[in-house]
Design a protein around this ligand. Structure first.
Ligand SMILES: [Zn+2]
Length: 329
């Protein structure tokens, strides 16, 4: 039995038809975790959909109304980049409920993983980039409202910048400063931005490929704009640096790790060059740092568009294995 819970429902499946987003991956991950003996049926807990009140903690009443009544404009539907349907609305509400449940379990067990979620491109008043509503932000605001946490940190390792997260949790900005440099020549050209002081209650970190969607990247608390084709070692050095910098400035009650599989070198929508093994080391690094500081971790999966969907599934399963290795002690 795992020392933490996996939040999952077959209804995480996104009814979007044939699409670059492999909506079947959630079930494949679930099945592989069981078939490999990594997890047992009793390790899984089933979420309930978020309530509309939860969703309204992050999203505007106008946008929620449009989603509930199916009245998005043609332009809004296009921006979403997945075909709108009432069934899709239900699936996203369930993903948000799953992230809330994972956050709750994380506070008790030190870590919990939702085999879904990570829809970091959703903004308060619109969805984009396959993301209808922002499950992680909803979970954070839910936990804050219930008085279970005060401060949260998001650590977004999807290959795409967490523009929705940055916009939702934007704090008053101060002058940008470079991060302390990492002594590797390829890293010196990497532009990073960091607020010298952070006044909000959520600190956002995003490591992403600069030359990729979204074109407009609203500032996170720390943005690591990585050059194309960066490999395991440079990536891990930057992640280590960003975590150290963030945790020097901010002491969260909950760390929300967005564990995108798309920095993988075989990803169709990514331009970084991480290996499957390097991505597992990434997960281990986040988990080790959080565990050492006693910060509970809530994990969501976000993107993953490998040419072979089984690689995406393997990367996400490795996140569970990495958590098991770090938290079984
Ligand atoms: Zn992505």
């Amino acid at each position: 039995m795992l020392p933490f819970k996996l939040v999952y429902s077959d209804d995480y499946y996104l009814p979007i038809g044939s699409h670059v987003f492999p909506a079947e991956k959630y079930k494949h991950i679930h099945d592989r975790l069981l078939a490999s003996g990594t997890a047992e049926p009793s390790d899984f807990v089933t979420p309930r959909p978020a309530t509309d009140q939860d969703v309204l903690l992050v999203h505007t009443p106008q946008y929620v109304e449009k989603l509930k009544t199916g009245t998005l404009s043609a332009r809004e539907q296009m921006e979403l980049e997945v075909p709108f349907s009432p069934a899709l609305v239900k699936a996203f509400w369930l993903a948000a409920g799953g992230s809330i449940l994972a956050a709750d379990y994380a506070l008790g067990d030190g870590i919990a993983i939702s085999i879904g979620g990570g829809f970091h491109h959703a903004f308060p008043d619109h969805g984009e980039g396959f993301c209808m509503i922002h499950d992680v932000a909803i979970a954070i605001r839910h936990m804050q409202r219930d008085g279970k946490i005060r401060y949260a940190m998001t650590v977004d390792c999807d290959v795409h910048q967490g523009n929705g997260t940055a916009a939702i949790f934007a704090a008053p900005r101060t002058a940008s400063e470079p991060l302390p440099s990492v002594p590797t020549s390829t890293l010196t050209s990497t532009k990073t931005k960091m607020r010298s002081s952070h006044t909000g209650d959520v600190f956002t970190i995003s490591l992403h490929q600069e030359n990729n969607y979204p074109a407009w990247k609203p500032p996170s608390s720390i943005d690591i704009n990585l050059p194309d084709e960066i490999g395991d070692d440079d990536y891990l050095a930057w992640l280590d640096n960003a975590l150290s910098s963030g945790l020097r400035q901010f002491d969260p009650d909950l760390l929300c790790y967005i564990a995108g599989a798309d920095p993988y070198r075989e990803d169709q929508l990514g331009g970084l060059s991480l290996t499957i093994d390097g991505l597992k080391k990434r997960d281990e690094l986040v988990f080790r740092v959080a565990k050492a500081r006693g910060i509970p971790v809530m994990v969501t999966l976000a993107g993953g568009y490998a040419r072979d969907v089984e690689d995406t599934v393997a990367i996400h399963c490795n996140t569970v294995i990495a958590a098991t290795e770090v938290f079984t002690k």
